[in-house]
Design a protein around this ligand. Structure first.
Ligand code: MN
Length: 194
């Protein structure tokens, strides 16, 4: 078992939630990212980047914006298993994170972190230091983004100026559709795992 998932497992009762336990690693050549919309006690987006054998995770209350310079608060949460990228469904109300989850976008990303001299640096190390840049190749999110720590446990997720200047902003989470199934949160809530 992956020790980095200790916190993730401790919070969940896998007899009750269908979220993955994180038994299997997986891995293609390019690291993955996923953005989920999570209608829990408060509606939020979850932004996750594969780093090694886990998904590093942030809760983004307003969701990522594709408008360059829009700053979006991103609060770190526990590492999730790689299989979580595919998780869409209903977490029982009395369980941790109880509510409905859809996979809003996913794909691969290119690590772009570099030092002040422009030399590439290890991506995991750049996150530990509090500033990482990457290019997303998703169905919805594309282009260069940065995650930057500005207080102990608060980060900003920003699209850095590149490409289209006019994005769509942030989707309305209640109208947004799953990139996997085309369903809205309400449809997933009604249909369950479908
Ligand atoms: Mn969440």
């Amino acid at each position: 078992m992956n020790e980095r998932l200790r916190t993730y497992r401790a919070k969940r009762d896998f007899g009750r939630t269908r979220e993955p336990e994180g038994r299997n690693g997986s891995g293609g050549p390019a690291p993955r990212f996923v953005v989920q919309i999570h209608d829990a006690s408060t509606m939020h987006f979850d932004f996750r980047l594969q780093v090694g054998d886990v998904l590093k995770s942030w809760s983004v209350p307003k969701g990522p914006s594709d408008v360059p310079k829009d700053k979006r608060l991103a609060v770190p949460t526990e590492d999730h298993p790689l299989e979580y990228e595919e998780f869409e469904g209903v977490i029982p109300a009395d369980e941790y994170g109880g509510g409905t989850v859809i996979v809003w976008d996913h794909g691969t990303y290119e690590p772009l972190s570099h030092d002040r001299q422009g030399r590439p640096v290890d991506f995991a190390e750049s996150l530990e230091r509090g500033h990482a840049t990457f290019r997303l190749h998703g169905a919805k999110l594309r282009g260069q983004y940065a995650l930057t720590r500005f207080r102990e446990d608060d980060w900003l997720l920003v699209k850095t100026a590149e490409g289209r200047k006019r994005g769509h902003g942030t989707p309305n989470p209640r109208r947004a559709r799953s990139v996997m199934s085309g369903r809205t949160l309400a449809q997933v809530a009604a249909e369950g795992e479908g």
